[in-house]
Design a protein around this ligand. Structure first.
Ligand SMILES: [Zn+2]
Length: 300
């Protein structure tokens, strides 16, 4: 049981092919298998097995599967607004007071781009593969493109703020994407903002979640892509006062010719997740109203 086997897929962080089955379950009628890398400890789905790895999945299917609609719903927009305001507060807390040119990847309806504009008066660009969401953002006058490749080919002015909020866990090649950002798209002193679910508190197992990030593995991945991690914060905003459901990371590109450190493996991931979920069960029972905060639309 749980023996490490050689697979035909590489680990998205360290490229090793040895992994064992970490977890299996059904989601939206699909069977999901998560593996754990024998070398670095990353928990991930094999992209080749997942329908979410197909680019057309995000162009049309994703919203329909998740919210039974391709259009931005009021609930979705409300959630995005809360996340956007939280991101601005986080950036200002970390001393980011001036931005000239911002990029949001997985920009969705453009809510975070609107918040960047309002907070910094900066130029903004969004990458969004979903056609309906992209049109929605364009209709507000935002500059949107459909893929990172399209943006790189256009050779845009470099960005001093790039965000990927709840995007990295969906990507087939998160390391390659982050390298493209540090090498081709960001200014030397730019800031990278990332938000992902925290594997030690969030359910995490979802059709479209190809990677389950811990604070450690998120930091390692960002470092391997050529960034210096400035901070990783675990928090529950806007869903919980007590459960640290999300990770928010801030990083900046490493100076040129600085060598990337070796990957430090993640230890005791399974044990830490078990402990995290014991704690979650306890606070849900003891403090139900602080454990889960209502969504705006829950009240109606
Ligand atoms: Zn690995």
């Amino acid at each position: 049981m749980n023996a490490n086997k050689k697979t035909d897929q590489n680990c998205p962080l360290c490229s090793d092919k040895r992994a064992h089955v970490f977890h299996q379950e059904e989601s939206f009628g699909y069977s999901l298998t998560y593996y754990q890398c024998a070398t670095c400890g990353l928990v991930f789905q094999h992209a080749a097995d997942s329908p979410a790895a197909d680019p057309s999945f995000y162009q049309e299917t994703y919203r329909r599967v998740y919210q039974e609609s391709e259009e931005p719903t009021p609930k979705d927009l409300w959630v995005q607004k809360r996340r956007a305001l939280n991101s601005i507060t986080f950036l200002k807390d970390k001393g980011l007071n001036s931005v000239g040119n911002a990029l949001d990847i997985g920009a969705s309806a453009g809510v975070l781009l609107d918040a960047f504009k309002a907070a910094y008066g900066c130029q903004v660009t969004g990458v969004e593969p979903g056609r309906v969401y992209r049109s929605f953002a364009q209709s507000k006058g935002l500059h949107m493109v459909s893929s990172l490749e399209e943006l790189v080919n256009a050779k845009p002015k470099r960005f001093d703020l790039v965000s990927l909020m709840h995007v990295l866990e969906h990507l087939v090649d998160p390391l390659g994407t982050l390298k493209t950002l540090s090498q081709d798209l960001m200014t030397k002193d730019g800031r990278l903002l990332i938000g992902v679910p925290n594997f030690y508190a969030h359910d995490s197992y979802e059709l479209a979640h190809l990677i389950c990030f811990t604070p450690h593995s998120l930091r390692e991945l960002v470092q391997q892509a050529g960034f210096e991690v400035l901070t990783v914060k675990a928090h529950g905003y806007h869903r919980s006062k007590l459960l640290k459901l999300y990770l928010t990371l801030l990083a900046k590109p490493l100076p040129e010719k600085t060598s990337v450190p070796e990957i430090k493996p993640d230890h005791q991931v399974s044990r830490k997740r078990q402990l995290g979920f014991l704690y979650r069960k306890f606070v849900q029972k003891a403090f139900p109203h602080s454990a889960w905060l209502p969504l705006e639309t829950d009240k109606k």
